[in-house]
Design a protein around this ligand. Structure first.
Ligand SMILES: Cc1cc2nc3c(=O)[nH]c(=O)nc-3n(C[C@H](O)[C@H](O)[C@H](O)COP(=O)(O)OP(=O)(O)OC[C@H]3O[C@@H](n4cnc5c(N)ncnc54)[C@H](O)[C@@H]3O)c2cc1C
Length: 137
């Protein structure tokens, strides 16, 4: 859910930057615009691959608690950051209710909590990495 909403937003923002002209050139030609989008595409791909890995492990009946917990905190947080960057690049309309970025930001924001908040996912990860006797408080 997080990746779908974020990918759609990223695709829309890329199209916008190719058509919006400022200082006599499309804003896509400014590194300050293109590089955050390049980073976002990279992080989104990492998120997608992590999710595929967890789903694949589940299908193989493998223990996927560690990777599942990693995906549950990393993907919503990553998508939140990307959506926020997209909103800034889309300018005032991106913030307004005329476009769906704000709604998507709220939707993805809920998934930072909905499937278990990040602190709890990191507790699971720590438990797996260090063992229960070193469980952080
Ligand atoms: C969009 C959305 C969908 C949801 N869907 C469902 C659903 O389908 N089914 C369902 O049962 N629930 C659902 N929830 C509820 C969700 O699971 C809980 O909100 C979540 O587990 C956090 O519990 P809480 O709200 O009681 O917060 P609290 O337990 O009060 O936690 C508050 C804060 O304290 C932190 N915290 C708590 N304990 C610890 C600890 N031991 N160590 C460190 N930090 C800690 C938490 O991480 C959190 O940041 C949903 C919530 C949202 C926002």
């Amino acid at each position: 859910m997080c990746i779908g909403a974020t990918q759609q937003t990223l695709d829309e923002v890329i199209e916008y930057t190719k058509t919006r002209v400022a200082f006599e050139r499309p804003i896509a030609r400014f590194q300050g615009v293109a590089f955050p989008i390049a980073e976002a595409a990279t992080y989104l791909e990492m998120s997608r691959l992590l999710c595929y890995k967890v789903l694949w492990m589940r299908q193989q009946d493998m223990d996927h608690m560690l990777e599942g917990a990693m995906a549950k905190w990393f993907v919503p947080r990553t998508c939140m950051r990307i959506l926020n960057d997209c909103m800034v690049i889309r300018g005032h309309l991106g913030y307004s209710e005329s476009l769906p970025i704000g709604q998507r930001l709220r939707d993805v924001s809920g998934w930072q909590i909905g499937d278990g908040p990040p602190q709890i996912q990191k507790l699971f990860i720590s438990r797996k990495l260090f063992g229960r006797e070193f469980e952080p408080l």
